[in-house]
Ligand binder design. Sequence first.
Ligand SMILES: Cc1cc2nc3c(=O)[nH]c(=O)nc-3n(C[C@H](O)[C@H](O)[C@H](O)COP(=O)(O)OP(=O)(O)OC[C@H]3O[C@@H](n4cnc5c(N)ncnc54)[C@H](O)[C@@H]3O)c2cc1C
Length: 388
Amino acid sequence: MSAEAVYDCIVIGAGVQGSFTAYQLAKKGKKTLLLEQFVLPHTRGSSHGQTRIIRKAYDEDFYAHMLDECYELWAQLEKEAGVRLYRQTGLLVIGPENSRYYELVKTTLKKNKVPMVVLTRDNFSQHIPHVILDEGHGAVVEVPAGILYADRALKTAQGQFQKLGGVIRDKEMVTDIKPGPVVTVVTSSGAYQAKSVVITAGPWANRLLAHTGLELPLEVAKINVCYWKEKVPGSYDIEKRFPCFIQTECKESKEHIYGLPSNEYPGLMKICYHAGSVVDPDHRDQQTDRSDIDILQRYVARCLPGLEPKPAVVESCLYTLTPDRHFVLDCHPTYSNIVIGAGFSGHGFKFGPIIGKLLSELSLGEVPSYDLSPFRIRRFHGNTKSAL
Ligand SMILES: Cc1cc2nc3c(=O)[nH]c(=O)nc-3n(C[C@H](O)[C@H](O)[C@H](O)COP(=O)(O)OP(=O)(O)OC[C@H]3O[C@@H](n4cnc5c(N)ncnc54)[C@H](O)[C@@H]3O)c2cc1C
């Protein structure tokens, strides 16, 4: 056991949520240790890659509500660190005009006074060239939405954390957690103690929670991150103000399909299917199911005729899904000084700064800034396993 003094908090997992939690704790002057199993940066979890979408187009009001402060916190971090993390592109939402989800998204945007433009069938192609709008589908653009530079955001949050005196130990896997008034965290190279622990282990959450006798209903899915080549270079480019998009449902699928304009790989547009096949995070590449890519190929060929209908590049990323697709932000049911941030269900990146704030509040025993009832463990109604 190392002779370190007791930390105020140990955060386990340096993805977006753990990095922002550690940063928030350090900002509050708390002595914080951030542990990561892999050498940083890495591409094995959920937070790697260059871009993510930030949007308020949600069917639930509470997400849009949290995003007000989220945009402010992203801007604050940009200012503090002197880096650009957000770029406005707008978000095009397309869906069957009378579907419940599409209607709810429009209602959320309206209710939250988000600047938006409703496109008509007549003016759609003038605003959004090279996209086919299906018969019976509506289209609305959420104007302030955009992209976040994901890899850069992680590096920035971790860098600011270190500047504030925070300690990061990467290539150090947590192998055991011993609960108590002071929690002991055992790793591949030592043991540390803290008044509280935050578990933000992404796809490995249940593996860590097993040490505390808890199992959450989480499912890990592999997402094929597909990049599609423009037939005419620049047609879907960020510089030409092509927006991000979400197709809520279409002939090919009931599940969302989403895309980001050509940016990180010039001439290649990122388009993904918002679902994947179940996988063990330690054997990610053994999952070779391509049925999602088949769906995307059919959709791209029909609705995005300016793209080659076969992906030029396919990368991998993991979703950790809860049954209702809402996050888990809560204290452990048995040990109140063990806090859990998990199940970000493929839409958690944009919330990083606010999740960090909320998890830091929980770990310090403070009243959380938002109503966390949608994110509580008890909503699973016994669909959790406790060995204790
Ligand atoms: C393809 C794709 C597209 C997405 N698009 C969007 C989007 O447009 N907008 C959006 O808001 N969100 C998006 N998301 C979701 C978002 O990226 C995730 O919700 C978020 O990255 C989850 O972060 P995390 O910190 O929970 O997990 P992770 O990033 O996986 O971090 C967990 C970390 O814990 C570490 N760890 C695990 N076990 C241990 C251990 N025993 N010891 C030490 N360390 C450990 C892991 O190595 C890992 O680094 C997308 C996700 C994917 C995969």
